[in-house]
Design a protein around this ligand. Structure first.
Ligand code: 8OZ
Length: 365
C-alpha cells in the first residue's frame, strides 16, 4: 500500500499517529541552560507531530556552544525538562531529546572555567557561534582531546541519555550531524589524530559507534536514534570520501538496531544539492538495509508535501520538517488540508521570548 504522511507508524514501542516529525531546532531561549515554561508551551503547541525531536541539548557544560541553549546535566535542568515533556504528553504528543556536544564549535566564554573548547584535533573551525548580547562571533581555538578523556565523553552521552528518560522523554537522538563533536571525529578535515580515533575510516567512526552502543545499552535500542548529515558544509566540515565513510558507518550501526536514522540531505537549512559534494542517499539506505537494519529512515531538508510523498514512495519512513515547524504549530493539519503556511520571522529565530516563538497562529477552526 502507498505510504502517506498521515499513516500511523510504529517507532520502537511508540505508535506515531503520522509520519511527520518536528526536527530539532536551536532557539536559544533557555537562560542558564534551564528550560522555561514558555518552551513547554512551544513544544505542546506542536504535539500533533508524529514525533517531536527537541532542540540540541548539551550533555555537559563542556558540550555547550551557544548562548542560552538548554542542558541535561543538572537537577534544575531535568526538573524543567520534566515540565516540557509533561506538557507534550498532556496534549497527546511524543518527544525525543537531542543529545548534543558541540566540540570545537564553542567559545571560551561558554566553557567551564573559561577553558578552550575541545575537539579531536586542534583545528579551528571557520564558523561562528551565537553569544548574548554580542550576537554572532568567531568560535575559539580548540584543544585536542587527550585519548584518556574520550571514554569520559562517551560516558557523558550515556549519562545524558539516562537523564533524558528520567526527565520524561520518550527516547533520544544523538546529534552526529552538522559539524559538531561526533561529526568532527568522523571527518578527515577536522580529525587529524594518529591514535585509535583518527586516520582510517574505522578509527574515525570509533567514537560515534562507542557512543551509540553505550546509549542503546542504557536506554534501549527502541528509544535510540541518530542524526547524520553526510555532505553538509555546516561548521566548516568536509570529508575526503563521505560515501565510503557513511557506507561503513551504517553497516556498523545496523546490528545495534536503532529505532531510526535521521538524514539531513544536502546543506543544513539550505540547498539539497551541495556543489562539489555529490552523495547517493539511496545507496546509503540500501547499505543499512542490506546489513539488516529495521529502523525507520527519516529524511529532512526543505521538504514540502509532494517531495515528502515522493521520498516515502522511495523508502523513507518519516519526514522531518524544521523551518516549517517553527512557523506552523499545526503543521500536520496544514499539510493534510494543503493549507497555506505561515512565513517564518527569521529575525526571531535565536533568542528572545514569545515573539516569533509561541505566537504563530494555528488555522482557525
Ligand atoms: C542553528 C544554530 C545553532 C545550532 C545544528 C544545533 O546545526 C544546530 C544549530 C543550528 O544542528
Amino acid at each position: 500500500m502507498k505510504k502517506t504522511l498521515f499513516d500511523p507508524v510504529q517507532l520502537g514501542q511508540l505508535q506515531l499517529p503520522n509520519r511527520i516529525v518536528m526536527a530539532p531546532l536551536t532557539r536559544n531561549r533557555a537562560p542558564n541552560a534551564i528550560p522555561t515554561p514558555l518552551m513547554a508551551e512551544y513544544y505542546a503547541q506542536r504535539a500533533s507531530a508524529g514525533l517531536i525531536i527537541s532542540e540540541g541539548t548539551a550533555i555537559t557544560h563542556q558540550g555547550q556552544g551557544y548562548a542560552d541553549v538548554p542542558g541535561l546535566y543538572g537537577t534544575e535542568q531535568l526538573d524543567a525538562w520534566r515540565q516540557v515533556t509533561k506538557a507534550v504528553h498532556a496534549r497527546g504528543g511524543r518527544i525525543f531529546c537531542q543529545l548534543w556536544h558541540v566540540g570545537r564549535v564553542s567559545h571560551v566564554s561558554l566553557q567551564p572555567g573559561g577553558g578552550q573548547p575541545v575537539a579531536p584535533s586542534a583545528v579551528t573551525a571557520k564558523t561562528k557561534t551565537f553569544l548574548m548580547p554580542e550576537g554572532f562571533v568567531a568560535v575559539s581555538e580548540p584543544r585536542a582531546l587527550d585519548a584518556e578523556e574520550i571514554p569520559g565523553i562517551v560516558r557523558d552521552f550515556r549519562h545524558a541519555a539516562r537523564n533524558a528518560i528520567s526527565a520524561g522523554f520518550d527516547g533520544v537522538e544523538v546529534h552526529g550531524a552538522n559539524g559538531y563533536l561526533v561529526d568532527q571525529f568522523l571527518r578527515s578535515s577536522s580529525n587529524r589524530r594518529t591514535d585509535d580515533y583518527g586516520g582510517s575510516i574505522e578509527n574515525r567512526a570509533r567514537f560515534l559507534l562507542e557512543i551509540m552502543r553505550e546509549v542503546c545499552e542504557e536506554v534501549g535500542r527502541e528509544r535510540t536514534g541518530l542524526r547524520l548529515s553526510p555532505v553538509t558544509p555546516a561548521n566548516d566540515i568536509v570529508d575526503d570520501n563521505p560515501q565510503k565513510l557513511f557506507d561503513y558507518v551504517v553497516r556498523q550501526l545496523a546490528p545495534l538496531g536503532l529505532c531510526y536514522l535521521h538524514l539531513i540531505e544536502g546543506a543544513t537549512g539550505g540547498p539539497r544539492e551541495v556543489e562539489g559534494r555529490p552523495f547517493d542517499y539511496d545507496a546509503m539506505l540500501r547499505a543499512w538495509r542490506e546489513a539488516g537494519a529495521k529502523g525507520a529512515w527519516m529524511v529532512n531538508n526543505g521538504y514540502d508535501r509532494p517531495l515528502a510523498e515522493q521520498a516515502l514512495s522511495q523508502g523513507a519512513d518519516l519526514v522531518a520538517f524544521g523551518m516549517k515547524y517553527i512557523a506552523n504549530p499545526d503543521l500536520v493539519e496544514r499539510l493534510r488540508t494543503n493549507a497555506a503556511f505561515n512565513e517564518v520571522r527569521k529575525e526571531k529565530l535565536y533568542g528572545g521570548g514569545a515573539e516569533g516563538y509561541t505566537d504563530y497562529p494555528a488555522l482557525a477552526r
